[in-house]
Design a protein around this ligand. Structure first.
Ligand SMILES: Nc1nc2c(c(=O)[nH]1)N[C@H]1C(S)=C(S)[C@@H](COP(=O)(O)OP(=O)(O)OC[C@H]3O[C@@H](n4cnc5c(N)ncnc54)[C@H](O)[C@@H]3O)O[C@H]1N2
Ligand code: MOO
Length: 338
């Protein structure tokens, strides 16, 4: 490494991006790696606190931070993920190519960061992300890093660390249970909530069947939706402890695989998920009708991404499963479901 006084640096090449930060106004690259220093740059470099310019010789067994960032890009960039066109200040960014569910191999990400000298940060997995949204960023810590370190990094996983699973456009059947709705004693307020939430994901509601608290009627309604080619059936009402709450037992009696009746999510403890011939059948508790976000908002995007959830997936929600019920909901940018 050769050190040159900035005042004498005209004609020399800058070996890494140089950052300028003016709090509240600007944070970004003031000089790009490779820039040839001109007379008029000297004053600005001095204002950025650069009294010296360093000329680095990168040895055979070393890599520049920008080349290392490219390797991190390759390690991370999976399905429906794209990289920033340019590496700035040694950092590469990852973006979602489509609306979908973010998947991160958290264990491999941890192993990668445990190598040291690497900073690879992502959004939490299993959240819905929008096309064009930044989902991760990565860089190495030193300006020059050993090639061997980056080779170890590349060997951590044979698959990519980050994928976005594109949402499927599903056909949804709704079964609304409750004698009070069936006999028109009150107006259905649940159906519109479910419809709004699924249409936000571009799904179609193929029908809503209203039934009273009667097991045969509930089961028939679910089967009717399946016969009508529903990709998912969502039941509302009758999910709790009253002996007249028959929705869970009706779904269970239909057979198939019960993933869970009950979830460690508040609101949403009385949630049910099962699969009948691979078709997800959900039982939504009353809270979904009136709470901003519930277990339904956590599970729905995962099901729409084509993922088949297990009991473990549901039980893992316990940590982070308590919604803070903020006045202005910021989900998914909060701790709920993380
Ligand atoms: N003693 C206990 N009480 C409750 C428990 C419990 O474990 N022990 N669980 C609570 C939880 S959690 C929930 S969530 C609620 C109710 O869940 P349900 O899904 O069983 O809801 P319902 O009993 O069917 O109805 C409750 C309430 O909501 C009205 N409702 C239902 N469906 C509609 C609709 N489509 N449109 C308009 N209004 C609807 C219904 O008329 C009732 O007023 O139970 C807690 N209690
Ligand atoms: O299932 Mo309840 O939803 O926790 O309010």
């Amino acid at each position: 490494m050769k050190r040159i006084d900035t005042k004498d640096a005209v004609g020399h090449v800058i070996s890494h991006d140089i950052t300028e930060i003016i709090p509240g106004k600007f944070k970004g690259r003031a000089f790009k790696k490779g820039h040839i220093i001109k007379e008029e740059d000297i004053e600005k470099l001095l204002r950025l606190g650069k009294e010296h310019i360093y000329i680095f010789e990168i040895k055979e067994d070393e890599l520049h931070e920008n080349d290392a960032a490219l390797i991190l890009g390759k390690i991370g960039c999976g399905e429906y993920v794209y990289l920033s066109e340019e590496i700035k200040e040694g950092k590469i960014d990852f973006y979602a190519e489509v609306d979908g569910l973010l998947k991160v191999d958290k264990e491999k990400l941890f192993e990668l960061n445990m190598l040291g000298q690497i900073s690879f940060a992502t959004l939490p997995e299993n959240i819905p992300v929008k096309k064009g949204e930044k989902i991760a960023g990565a860089r190495v810590i030193p300006l020059i890093i050993k090639k061997a370190k980056m080779e170890s990094a590349a060997q951590i996983t044979s698959h990519k660390l980050i994928d976005v699973k594109q949402f499927k456009k599903m056909k949804i059947g709704i079964v609304t249970t409750g004698s009070e709705i069936y006999h028109k004693r009150i107006v259905d307020k649940f159906g519109p909530v479910v419809e709004k939430k699924v249409t936000e994901y571009n799904c179609d509601v193929i029908g809503q069947i209203v039934v009273t608290d009667d097991k045969e009627m509930i089961k028939d309604a679910i089967k009717t939706h399946i016969n009508n080619k529903a990709d998912m059936v969502i039941c509302t009402g009758g999910m709790s402890v009253d002996p007249d709450d028959l929705t869970p037992s009706s779904i269970i009696e239909l057979g198939g695989e019960l993933v869970s009746y009950g979830s460690p999510v508040l609101p949403g403890s009385m949630f049910l998920l099962s699969y009948l011939d691979e078709i997800p059948i959900m039982g939504l508790p009353g809270c979904v009708m009136y709470c901003k976000k519930t277990v339904f908002d956590l599970v729905l995007p995962r099901v729409l991404s084509g993922e088949k959830l297990s009991m473990e997936d549901i039980m893992r929600y316990g940590h982070g499963g308590l919604c803070q019920d903020c006045d202005i909901c910021r989900y998914p940018n909060c701790s709920f479901g993380k």
